[in-house]
Ligand binder design. Structure first.
Ligand code: HEM
Length: 343
């Protein structure tokens, strides 16, 4: 989100406040006394807005601590980059980007069956511990996760986007709610509806699915495509034959892992879309993006030039501000990302 966009948003807020505080309608114009009420900066609660300079005074070292930690972890294990990005997706998908996925108590989202393969919590804990040492009770876990997923993307060659700060950490996390996150068996209509419910459009769906240019899935979750697809006794016909062969060899055990992007799994690039054109989409939901008329042309457009990288940054900026909590009464700054603060 650019500064000019934020400025525009701020002016819009001022405009709405001034419109609400205007004089009520008076029938007798001549007698009516009009006063123009211009709100001052003090009237406007700036704490309730996200801002790029939010930690500039309170924790100027936040971004560099986070950056070097993310770099260090990914250098040791590059697969953690994808895990961080997915963790952010699951966080924002339930109750907005509020760090609720990080809460580690009985019955929380993290404990749900569908969250079983989420990883990367230890990186967030490591960043948080260092940030707490240098700026106690200042930086939220939600901001840390959002920013870490951006830096992880960049580490694997993906685009950079600016993250505005000021998200508060939520205090509520419920395992059942995690089940609303798409898991790869949906049809395109329900994916479109799901994204729309988050304020995102079809382009965002196709572009954000491009995150599957990195990362992996367990063979168990795709084996149903390999032998007896929908009870036909045959593999999924939408799979390329050579790729099918490869998958049948690779996925003898459900516990094995297989790359979501068969061509350049360590690189954040547009190869994901090129694979879809070649019937090499690993998840059914990936491949459907190329066969459904509502999304196929977008897939084709994203195979060329650097449109994907640019648009991914734009869509992630939208994604990272879903239903954020900003007021003091809405959330808190957790001191440990695993638990709500004790009072
Ligand atoms: C469009 C709907 C989506 C569906 C149906 C979906 C589904 C999945 C599934 C089933 C996996 C494999 C999980 C496993 O077996 O462990 C996965 C992995 C992944 N997803 Fe998605 N996803 C979607 C959207 C997104 C979005 C919007 C992002 C991020 C912006 C994302 C990022 C990732 C990443 C990076 C991985 C790899 C994780 C790892 O290697 O640890 N996904 N996704």
């Amino acid at each position: 989100m650019s500064n000019s966009y934020l400025r525009l948003l701020f002016l819009l807020v001022l405009y709405i406040i001034s419109a609400n505080s205007s004089q009520p309608y008076e029938e007798n114009y001549e007698d009516a006394e009009f006063t123009l009420q211009v709100p001052t900066l003090e009237d406007t609660d700036l704490d309730n807005l996200l801002s790029f300079s939010y930690y500039r005074k309170s924790c100027p070292q936040f971004e560099s601590i986070l950056h070097s930690k993310v770099k260090e972890w990914i250098k040791k294990d590059y697969t953690l980059a994808a895990s961080l990005l997915r963790l952010h997706f699951h966080d924002c998908s339930v109750r907005g980007c509020d760090g609720s996925i990080l809460l580690n108590h009985e019955g929380s989202e993290r404990k749900s069956q569908v969250s079983k393969t989420l990883r990367g919590y230890e990186i967030i804990d490591d960043i948080k511990a260092e940030v707490e040492k240098q700026c106690p009770k200042t930086v939220s876990c939600a901001d840390i996760l959002t920013t870490a997923s951006r830096d992880a993307t960049v580490e694997l060659g993906g685009p950079y986007w600016s993250v505005p700060y000021g998200r508060k950490d939520g205090k509520v996390s419920i395992d059942k709610e995690a089940e609303m996150v798409p898991m790869g068996h949906e049809n395109i209509t329900s994916l479109i509806e799901y994204f729309q419910s988050k304020g995102l459009n079809v382009l965002d769906l196709v572009v954000l699915s491009g995150a599957h240019t990195i990362g992996r899935t367990s063979c168990g979750s795709i084996q149903y495509r390999l032998y007896n697809y929908k009870g036909t006794g045959k593999p999924d016909p939408s799979l390329d034959t050579k790729y099918l062969n490869f998958l049948q060899r690779k996925c003898r055990w459900a516990s094995e892992y297989v790359d979501l992007d068969a061509t350049t799994p360590k690189k954040f690039d547009r190869m994901y879309y090129i694979n879809l054109e070649k019937k090499m989409g690993l998840l059914t939901t990936d491949q459907l993006l190329y066969s459904d008329p509502r999304t196929s042309q977008l897939v084709s457009a994203l195979t060329t030039s650097s449109v994907f990288e640019h648009q991914f940054a734009v869509s992630m900026s939208k994604f990272g501000v879903i239903d954020v909590l900003t007021g003091d009464d809405e959330g808190e700054i957790r001191t440990n990302c695993n638990f709500v603060n004790a009072y």
